[in-house]
Ligand binder design. Sequence first.
Ligand code: 5CA
Ligand code: ZN
Length: 408
Amino acid sequence: MESWQAPGLRRLPGTGEPLRLYDTARQDVHPSVPGAGGARMYVCGITPYDATHLGHAATMITFDVINRVWRDNGHAVNYVQNVTDVDEPLFERAERDGVDWKALGRRETALFREDMEALRILPPVAYVGAVESMTDVADLVERLVEVGAGYRLDDGTGDVYFPVDDAEGFGGESHYDRATMLRYFGERGGDPDRAGKRDPLDALLWRGKRDGEPSWPSALGDGRPGWHIECAAIALKYLGEQIDVQGGGNDLIFPHHEMSAAHAEAATKVAPFARHYVHAGMIALDGEKMSKSLGNLVFVSRLRADGVDPAAVRLGLLDGHYRDDRAWTDDVLRRAQQRLETWRAATARRSGADGAALLAKVRGCLSNDVDTAAALAAVDEWSTSNGDDADAPSLVSATVDSLLGVTL
Ligand code: 5CA
Ligand code: ZN
């Protein structure tokens, strides 16, 4: 489907610092070393049944900064993001509101694009929905069945499952013990109690057609995809085997990324599916993870309509480590607005402290597992000190624009 308009990206003098990133699978920070063809990143996108909230925005901003750091290092970046536009929550919301689920998905995806543009997020090269990927998903499920990594339940439903017991290295992404896996599997879209599965953790690959549910034809019989296979199929088709980053919020560590990696690895026999599994912390409001099911949401579109500068939203979300769960409060927004004003005033001066030194510092912070809070502190320090470097204001402005995506 259509992606969104790219913001201008200013080139900075000199060369960036190679990125070191935390990998959930290896449980440590390791250099990200993209191949000659450039960096390849897949980020799990929205399920479009409601507007973009600050949690989605924070996760998208995290991967946007990774994208910007790679580019600053001279890498081409092939970035792919999906839209889960076929899923239970979408059908339920459409039913509740008496609207067509496809129209609901289109409407919320359009709003997401607007929010992403306002937040100056570099767009994915391929922005891909599940609806337009049915053939690719069905082909991948077929391939899994052929290699013994998919089995059909014998209850006449036509449902096909992925046997986790046969999946080599299963558990090596999340490192969760079985009890934790079972708990998250039940809470996050899995069906541990489904009768007839070989293992309660086996994940749905293809759901046979049910009355009143949308379905698509395939060699496996009419039906629709499970969740994890959607991301495996889209990533393999648009990025190929062994990508650099598989990303999303930390609510996707298990089962989603464990399963999609296991699906891809079973089909391609290439492991690991991603060199880095990268997970952003959850944004909370009033002490609870911001989530559509809890309804404690601050929408990006609401803030925009209230006249809040998207650059301040960006700064508020960047003021903390991306891996930490963090709270959004009025105070976070106020501080970000204050900071934006200070930075704008400082870059409007005729001169300032050494601009090249600031650029080097920001590059250093971001290369260190995307330490945006330290980068922000470095710009704060520059903004509140004086100097006679006449090139500094424009260089600092370009640095903040290009690496942090904030226009001063
Ligand atoms: N469509 C699936 C991924 S394939 C999905 O999780 N959709 S979502 O709409 O629930 O979330 C979209 C992205 O935002 C995911 O990467 C998810 O991990 C992330 N996300 C969701 N809630 C939050 C939150 N409160 N804080 C940070 N990131 C979040
Ligand atoms: Zn996904």
